[in-house]
Each structure stands twice: as C-alpha cells, then as structure tokens.
Design a protein around this ligand. Structure first.
Ligand code: NAD
Length: 467
C-alpha cells in the first residue's frame, strides 16, 4: 500500500509475471466502509422481502452474465495474480455454471420446517421454524481463486436474503470490481456493495456494523478477525489455510500416487488452500516413488500464464516468493535434499520453479508452516498405519488429507483416523453436489456448502401459533 500526496491510501495492482503496474486503486476509508455498510443495510429489507425464489433467480441470471464474461474476466485474473489463462478461464466458467445449482441448494436448505404433534404439544403443524437473514454480511476474500472464493460466500449470503459488502483481495482488485459489476447488474441498488483495499480496509469492515463476516484467507488473519468480532459477537464463517498430507503405503499404485502428489503440490503454482503440502511415503517404496516424483516434477514448466504450454505461472507477489525461498532454504539447512528446482530465476516477475525436496523430516519447519508455493516435500515413514496417521495429523490444520493404498479396508481405516474436513482415498479430494467444504481444526470455523453451511447465513426463528 502507498500513500499519495493527497494522503489517499492506494493499492498498487501489479502483474506478477512482469512487475508492471496495472492499476492504482484508492482504498476505501473507514468512513467510506461505514457508508457502504449503511447503504447495504438500507437495501437489505426489501431484498429479503422479494422471497428466496426470486433471489435465487437473480443469482442464476448473474451466472449467465458471468459465463459470457469468462474470456475477458479470465484474462484479468491471469494479469492480476498470474495463474495460467486456461485455469483462469476455467475458474470463471466453472463457478458460472455452478451458481444456479448452488442458489437452488440454498432455497432447499432454507425451506421452513414444520413439526408434528409431539414437538409442539399443541397439535400438528402449529410450530414452524423459518430461516431469517442475518442482515449485512461482510465478504472478505483472497486472491488465489479470486472469482470462486468470493462467490462461495456471496451466493449463499445473498440467496438467504442478506445484503453483502464485498472486499476483494488487494492483489485482485480489478477482478473483484468486475465481479461486483456483474452481480450489481442483477441486484437492486445497495444489495451488493464493493469496498477496495488491503487488510486495513478489511479490519475496518469487520469493525463496522455488519452482522456476519464470511472470510476466506489465512489462519493468521482468521484469528485477527475472530478477535475483532468478539466485542459485538458477530457471526463468523472462516475458511482458512491448510497443510494437507498425502500418505502413500507400500501397497499403493505408486505411479498414480506420485502423479497425485506432484499435480496437487504444483497446481496453481502451489497456491491452493488444499494443496498437498506434505508427502509421506513408506520406506519400502520410497526410493522408487521419489524417483518418479522427481521425473514428473521436471515436466512442470513455468512462465507467463498467458503463454501456451506453460504449466505454472509466477507466484502472486514478491513477498509470497520470498516466503517460499526462505522455507526451501531452511529445509535444506535442516538436512533435506534439493532434487529439482529450488533456484530463484533472474529477471522480472515472481517466478519460482517446480521444486522437489526429499529427506524432509518431521519437525523441519517446512512440515509445519503453510508453504503456498510449488514445492513437493517428501518425508519417509516406517510404513505402519500408526506412524503414517501420526505424521499426517501432526499439524494444527485440518483442511484435506489423502491416502493411497492397495487395500480398501486400510484406506477406510486410515481415512477415519485422519483429522481433516475432507479425505481422498486413492484419489485426490472430491465431493458431490451438495457436500460441504470443511476446514476442520484450525483450518476453519464453521463451513461452506451443504444445507448446514448455507443455513449459517441465517438465524432460525421458531413460531408457535395457538388455536
Ligand atoms: P490473507 O489472510 O492475507 O488475506 C485474505 C483477505 O483478508 C484479503 O482480502 C485481505 O486484504 C484481508 N485482510 C487482511 N488482514 C485483515 C484483517 N486484519 N481484517 C480483515 N481482513 C483482512 O490471505 P491471502 O494471502 O489473500 O490468501 C491465502 C490464504 O487463503 C492461504 O492461507 C490459503 O490457504 C487460504 N485459503 C483458504 C481457502 C479455504 O477454502 N479454506 C481457500 C482459498 C484460500
């Protein structure tokens, strides 16, 4: 953030592939944040009175606008945060095609509940629980999926009848602005307000008169938000960081496990909350597995995400790259072997190559801190279920976990012992339409998706009617 001669704070939006200044965006002041919240508050009641079906229909129409905008918005995403154009356009299209179905899931989750004789004590159907909107929801989101993460909060919040004040990441303000514009085209004025800025603006929004904070971002920021929200007991949904393990047993399909480990350590230049950040391989197959990981990672080219054939773009910022460089250096100093990459390239942009570390030991710094970079970190274990599970669970995080084994019963046993919100057995993490996205332990507070996730954007009210 910089301050201009007029003392207006701004964010500098930089292209991570070149360092070029794309835009300088004024940050909303605390007064402007309060004004945005007041406008949202004024608009919320009539939005709620429209009814859940009409609100869902508005979101579906927005989904169509978003789909039509995918080529152009995808390019903005790549310019601002560096991911390959293919995956940026894919992100926009994927979320555009899912909005309508998710809006419908919210409608179903919020259907009134009526109770029978026993519950009311006064005859059938005279007691009903409805789900009322909370009021104004702050949506504060990161840059790594700058279309998907905002929508994961904004869609359920709006369909539930809330107004939203949206603060996109300071690394993706143009993407955030376009997303807001597309939403506003289908919403009454004030129902979706945009405020731009960095953490200072985010903190001002949390302190403002909002009823709920829906946040996706790092664990450290989640902790700050929880502290700040305590004074007025604001409702919270926090989706936070991870340190996901992948455990490979001796009887696993070694090739498939290695492909999963590499793909999901390097995808989006490793900047995915549920990246594989730790790979545990049984001693008996470690040599062969590591050789395959090294071979596969060598195929991961990096470069400007707009160029054909590039598999990874740059890291989002200089600071993010410095963090990855420091973690890899610390791992090597602690005794890990650098097998591929690990050398920061010269020249403009915040590039960093696909990197493989083997000989990482439990307790090395890199096994505990979220890396958020293109690093496959491999640790050997004795091959027992006890040690595999112990190493995998040795973290404060609990977002995802993966297990590879040729024995289905072992897969189920180990999945039950892994402390994570989602577990993939002989596959990467997956879900079904309507299943929740959960950060267990310190990877989250509350969760998104599924009927219970959607209902967090409401407060239940039970109405009993006498005869
Ligand atoms: P971040 O926590 O630095 O920032 C996230 C957002 O919070 C930004 O908009 C930022 O401006 C704002 N912010 C910063 N300080 C604030 C404060 N004190 N009060 C209010 N808002 C504040 O995270 P990031 O670097 O943008 O994103 C990367 C992190 O997000 C990683 O840890 C990643 O694992 C996590 N993430 C989690 C999920 C999930 O579903 N669990 C999904 C995507 C990303």
């Amino acid at each position: 953030m910089s301050t201009t001669a007029q003392h207006v704070a701004t964010i500098a939006d930089l292209d991570p592939a070149s360092g070029e200044l794309l835009a300088e965006i004024p940050c909303a002041s605390t007064m402007e944040v309060h004004a945005a919240v007041a406008r949202a508050r004024a608009a919320q009641r009539s939005w709620a009175e429209l009814g859940v079906e009409a609100r869902a229909a508005a979101l579906s129409r927005f989904g169509e606008r978003l789909a039509a905008d995918a080529p152009s918005l995808g390019e903005t995403v790549t310019r601002e945060m560096g991911k390959t154009l293919r995956s940026a356009v894919g992100e926009v299209k994927g979320y555009a095609s899912g909005v309508s179905a998710e809006a419908q899931e919210v409608v179903e989750a919020l259907a009134p509940i009526t109770y029978g004789d026993g519950a009311s004590g006064g005859g059938a159907n005279n007691v009903t629980t409805v789900h009322e909107p909370l009021g104004v929801v702050a949506a504060i989101t990161p840059w790594n999926f700058p279309v998907g993460m905002p929508l994961s909060i904004i869609t359920p919040a709006l369909v539930a009848g809330n107004a939203v004040v949206f603060k996109p990441s300071e690394h993706t303000p143009l993407t955030g602005a376009r997303l807001a514009e597309l939403l506003q085209a289908e919403l009454p004025e004030g129902v979706l307000e945009l405020v731009q800025g960095d953490g200072t603006t985010g903190a001002a929004l949390v302190e403002a008169e909002v009823d709920m904070v829906g946040f996706v971002g790092s664990r450290a920021t989640g902790q700050r938000i929880m502290n700040a929200a305590a004074g007025s007991l604001k409702r919270l949904v926090l989706e936070l960081g991870g340190k996901d393990p992948l455990v490979v047993f001796e009887d696993a399909d070694l090739g498939a496990a290695a492909r999963c480990a590499v793909e999901h350590s390097l995808r989006n230049t490793g900047q995915v909350c549920c990246s594989i950040e730790r790979v545990y391989v049984a001693d008996a197959i470690a040599e062969e597995f590591e050789a395959e990981v090294v071979r596969l990672a060598g195929e991961w080219t990096h470069g400007d995400g707009r160029e054909d054939g590039v598999k990874m773009g740059p890291l989002v910022s200089e600071g993010q790259r410095a963090k990855v460089v420091a973690q890899v250096r610390a791992a090597v100093e602690e005794g890990a072997n650098l097998r591929v990459g690990g050398v920061q390239p010269d020249g403009p942009g915040w590039f960093y190559p696909a990197t493989v570390l083997t000989g990482v030991e439990q307790g090395h710094r890199i096994t505990h801190e979220e890396t958020f970079g293109p690093v496959v970190a491999v640790t050997r274990f004795d091959g027992s279920e006890d040690e595999g599970v112990r190493f995998a669970n040795d973290t404060v995080y609990g977002l995802g976990a993966n297990v590879w084994t040729g024995d289905p019963a072992r897969g189920v046993r180990v999945a039950a012992r892994l402390r994570a919100g989602q577990v993939g057995v002989n596959r990467y993490l997956g879900g079904a339409s309507g299943s929740p996205w959960v950060g267990a332990r310190q990877s989250g507070f509350g969760h998104l998706g599924g009927p219970d996730g959607h209902r967090q954007f409401t407060v239940p009210k039970t109405i009993s009617i006498g005869r």
